[in-house]
Write a protein of this length. Structure first.
Length: 90
């Protein structure tokens, strides 16, 4: 209860000294922004380290025909590329 009474007494004093044309974030705003920037940098550094450890090898598509080696890609079962003909005209 005493803290709210103290704040209500200080608000009119701050209004007299406050110039609305010269309001800046101040030191606290800079410290919060700097902490966010450092945190973001650390997260990106950690992500790069973890992504470097990833060993990803793509497995071949089981729907692809292994005997089709005439230079054209095998058509997937999802229907991708069904409009293209063997001559390349569409």
């Amino acid at each position: 209860m005493y803290a709210t009474q103290a704040l209500t007494q200080l608000v009119p004093l701050a209004a007299d000294e406050l110039d609305k044309n010269k309001v800046t974030p101040g030191v606290l705003g800079f410290l919060v922004f700097a902490a966010l920037a450092v945190g973001t940098w650390l997260l990106m550094k950690s992500m790069n380290r973890h992504m470097g450890k990833v060993d990803f090898e793509e497995t071949p598509d089981p729907a692809a025909e292994p005997g089709d080696t005439d230079g054209e890609p095998a058509e997937a079962s999802s229907g991708a590329g069904t409009k293209a003909t063997a001559s390349g005209k569409g």
